[in-house]
Design a protein around this ligand. Structure first.
Ligand code: CA
Length: 238
């Protein structure tokens, strides 16, 4: 199971920092903690990197050449594709903390230089957990399928769909990550848990049950089989 855990993508952090020594230090520490790191040394470059390689989190220095961290943050919030991107603003002690707090920068959190790397990691992890978290109440929607998370009710095209507990968890997981291909091992880790030892073929059995329950006679098969790779929830054929 360890192999399948390490094959899951590591979170990508964009470090936006114009002090090379600090950028290097951050990269070293973040990589050591299992993050992938991308770098930008000014505000404009930050926006370019975000559109070229969308990160999972941005560590954004407040004082930057070309474009300030505040402006970068505003632009991140303005675009629909990056509106929910987690941003931690990094400020220097000399900067007016009240202004940092008071200004509506749209940052999710901020940390003051010089900071303790452990404190930064704790905030990053909390923010990543929050951004990946499933809302306790509410709905997940994909194409014509809906899951009501509070009542555990599933419907397709307003027709109720009855799923076993494993098929429900499979569908819920797929709907949290639509169009992404998962290997059987990744699905086992995510849906059954990393400590449960079952044959990867078990996944195929439950995928078959899920398909049978979710796809009506004239409905599109939304579970895509990707030969040798695994499965995805998708409405597009290969
Ligand atoms: Ca700076």
């Amino acid at each position: 199971m360890l192999d399948s855990i390490s094959s899951l993508p590591k979170p990508l952090v964009l470090v936006v920092e114009d002090e090379p020594a600090l950028a290097t230090l951050l990269r070293y520490n973040l990589e050591k903690q299992g993050f992938r790191v991308d770098e930008a040394s000014d505000g404009q470059e930050a926006l370019t990197r975000i559109s070229e390689a969308p990160p999972d989190l941005v560590l954004l220095d407040w004082m930057l050449p070309v474009m300030s961290g505040i402006e970068v943050c505003r632009q991140i919030r303005r675009k629909a594709s990056t509106r929910d991107l987690p941003v931690i603003m990094v400020t220097a002690r000399t900067e007016d903390q009240d202004a940092v707090r008071g200004l509506n920068t749209g940052a999710d959190d901020y940390i003051t230089k010089p900071f303790n790397i452990e404190a930064l990691l704790a905030r990053m992890r909390a923010l990543l957990r929050r951004s990946n978290a499933v809302p306790v109440k509410g709905q997940l929607t994909f194409h014509d399928i809906e899951i009501d998370l509070a009542s555990h009710r599933v419907s397709r095209n307003e027709r109720p769909v009855h799923l076993g507990p494993t098929e429900f968890r499979l569908l819920e997981f797929f709907m949290q990550h639509p169009r992404r291909v998962f290997t059987r091992e990744e699905l086992l880790d995510a849906v059954w848990g990393p400590d449960i030892h079952v044959e990867p073929r078990t996944v195929d059995v439950h995928i078959r049950r899920l398909r049978k329950a979710i796809n009506g006679p004239d409905e599109l098969d939304v579970v895509r089989t990707v030969r040798t790779a695994g499965y995805a929830l998708d409405t597009e054929p290969l």
